[in-house]
Ligand binder design. Structure first.
Ligand SMILES: Nc1ncnc2c1ncn2[C@@H]1O[C@H](COP(=O)(O)OP(=O)(O)OP(=O)(O)O)[C@@H](O)[C@H]1O
Ligand SMILES: [Mg+2]
Length: 345
């Protein structure tokens, strides 16, 4: 996409659509993706968090002959392990307690389109085995089903951990690993393509200025070159979050990840309505008399958990891996909690 765009068009491109950048490595990645989009080959997208794996998966679908048909993303760790199999493969009425009606799985819903399995290494061996069968062209079987259902679906998977490591730690079946390793596209970290930093910074600056109703003013060259020297461990996501904060607060230190959490830093601050996420967490409600001790404890635990998660996410600029580390919980359990508490929604 952006090989034919001018610098100005790249800056003004809508958020979350293209894999923007002018560096050699991102151009090559785009080319590889364009080529792979033409076939039905299974692609595994690797790379650190925030490098654009989601965008790459969407591009593979958008540039493929399957465009216009469903694109279904499954965020594997966000679905409790016990539900993932039925979510993917569907079930027949009466297959298990609670299965009052039959339900198609997401693989079936993606028929003639593409399914994107995000964080594939965080699935159980059972699910991995069944996925392998689908990848090998076998018809799928709903849980409790008797007739096989033929599906024509292109599979794209992503992971931000090394699959070799996942196999070693026995998190990943070796046969699925070999099947998925046929074509791997590795998304480059931002520190390996620093020439893209100024352009991406302006792209976010333009878009967030528009969104927040501010006049767009390019970031000064001195600041931009300082930004280009940073390592951006959270990659493009972290860069975007820093620029967003800068646009919202007017504090140039935000661009270097150095802004204070609170305190007026510029005249712009007073005009911004307080964001619901940034608002100080409300004091836990005193449990009403009607709650049992167990319920009250549960409620207090949930409120505390929610506040701690929100704080960790703010402090890591929504880098969920870093936040999970900070909270000393697994990445998948953080994702489940974000989902359960509807944080950021
Ligand atoms: N090359 C790029 N051009 C423009 N925006 C990008 C680019 N790469 C990433 N982004 C933006 O950065 C954010 C993170 O990207 P994305 O969600 O695709 O990363 P990811 O690799 O899937 O991360 P995770 O492993 O955490 O799921 C998104 O808002 C995305 O739009
Ligand atoms: Mg992703």
């Amino acid at each position: 996409m952006s090989d034919t765009l001018t610098i100005d068009e790249i800056i003004r491109a809508p958020l979350n659509e293209g894999l923007l950048g002018i560096s050699e490595v991102i151009r090559e990645t785009r080319e590889v993706l364009n080529r792979l989009a033409q076939s039905d080959i299974t692609v595994l997208i690797g790379g650190e968090s925030g490098t654009g794996k989601d965008i790459a998966a969407r591009l593979l679908h958008k540039k493929s002959p399957r465009y216009g048909r469903p694109f279904i993303k499954v965020n594997c760790p966000a679905i409790p392990e016990t539900f993932l199999e039925s979510e993917l493969f569907g079930y027949e009425k009466g297959a298990f307690t609670g299965a009052r009606n039959s339900k198609p799985g997401r693989l079936e819903l993606a028929n003639n389109g593409t399914i994107f399995l995000d964080e594939i290494a965080e699935t159980s061996y059972i699910v991995q085995g069944k996925l392998l069968q689908v990848l090998d062209g076998e018809p799928l079987m709903r849980i409790g089903g008797v007739s096989p259902i033929p599906v024509n679906v292109r599979v794209i998977a992503a992971t931000n951990i090394s699959l070799e490591e996942a196999v070693q730690k026995e998190l990943m079946r070796e046969d699925l690993f070999f099947r998925l390793s046929e074509v791997i596209v590795r998304m480059p970290p931002l520190r390996d393509r620093r020439e893209d930093i100024p352009l991406l910074a302006e792209h976010f600056n333009y878009n967030y200025s528009e969104r927040l109703g501010r006049a767009y003013q390019p970031i000064g060259t001195a600041l931009v070159s300082q930004m280009a020297s940073l390592d951006w461990v959270g990659n493009v996501r972290e860069l975007g979050a820093c620029v967003k904060k800068y646009v919202a607060t007017g504090d140039p230190r935000a661009l270097l990840g150095e802004a204070e959490e609170e305190g007026p830093v510029s005249s712009r601050v007073d005009t911004i309505p307080p964001s619901p996420v940034a608002a100080p967490a409300a004091a836990p409600e005193t449990p009403k008399k009607t709650l049992s001790l167990k319920q009250a404890t549960q409620k207090a635990v949930e409120e505390t958990e929610r506040a701690l998660i929100e704080e960790a996410l703010r402090n890591t600029l929504w880098n969920r891996r870093k936040a999970a580390k900070l909270l000393d919980i697994s990445y998948s359990s953080l994702l489940r909690r974000i989902d359960a508490y509807k944080i950021g929604k």
